[in-house]
Design a protein around this ligand. Structure first.
Ligand code: ADP
Ligand code: MG
Length: 232
């Protein structure tokens, strides 16, 4: 397991990101720390920078200022394949629309994530089926487009947990689900993180589920931070 208990799983300081050709930053996060196995929900209105933050943490883009350490490593100092490998082994990601590989089975979708793990290739199938089974998917060979949206989200959760990540990033994981399925999916995600020891950072504009998390924080867009500082 990549999680190093001597480091916070996430340590952000002085983070700022401005997209190219934009006059003002899309996000400013002076400080944010997450301890191993902790579950934090970060709320924020649409456009406050939640997805941008997760992309920065995942090392999918580099911040214009500040540092992000994931289990003590700065992904932005890693290059190319090394960064991809670090992301694959250390982070799990769950999105609103799950980015599953259509045309492939549930099992193959989870196995694709296991390419980054130390687990021998011969054991990938069994691990994938066991994970899917623990999330209530008992038809692992069915193609994902033949599954319901709720079942697809379970496959996405299994895929996120496949490599035993230190941190799971969830971007509006319940937004495309009806209220009942949203609750079940969130339960499954939180339970899966607990049983694997992964920390969870869930960003959402949905304030219904705040009391299910260890911690809740609110993200303000840079212009909202300015208004607040100005006493508006
Ligand atoms: P959220 O996920 O909270 O809705 P985003 O992180 O998607 O917010 O967006 C934050 C801000 O950054 C918004 O003002 C959005 O318009 C802007 N933004 C997002 N992606 C890009 C991009 N690729 N180029 C320029 N601006 C962007
Ligand atoms: Mg978003």
């Amino acid at each position: 397991m990549p999680s190093d208990q001597s480091h916070p799983v996430l340590a952000i300081s002085g983070l700022e990101h401005r997209y190219a050709h934009e006059p003002i930053p899309a996000i400013k996060v002076p400080e944010l720390t997450l301890q191993p196995a902790q579950q934090l929900v970060l709320t924020g209105s649409s456009g406050s920078g939640k997805s941008t933050l997760l992309h920065l943490i995942a090392g999918l883009m580099d911040p214009t200022a500040g540092t992000i350490l994931v289990s003590g490593t700065n992904p932005h100092q890693l290059r190319g394949h090394t960064r991809d490998r670090f992301r694959g082994r250390t982070l799990g990601m769950v999105f609103q629309t799950h980015h599953l590989l259509m045309g492939f089975s549930a099992e193959e979708n989870v196995m694709a994530a296991l390419m980054f793990s130390d687990i021998p290739r011969g054991a990938h199938g069994a691990r994938s089926r066991a994970l899917l089974d623990s999330l209530g998917i008992t038809t692992p060979t069915r193609r994902v487009e033949q599954l319901s949206i709720g079942q697809q989200q379970r496959v996405a959760i299994a895929r996120a947990l496949a490599c035993d990540p230190a941190l799971v990033l969830a971007d509006e994981p319940t937004a495309s689900l009806d209220p009942d399925n949203a609750e079940v999916a969130l339960d499954l995600l939180q339970q899966a993180c607990r049983s694997s020891g992964a920390a969870l950072l869930c960003v959402t504009h949905d304030r219904r589920f705040l009391d299910r998390f260890d911690r809740a924080e609110h993200l303000l867009a840079p212009h909202e931070q300015l208004q607040k500082a100005g006493g508006a």
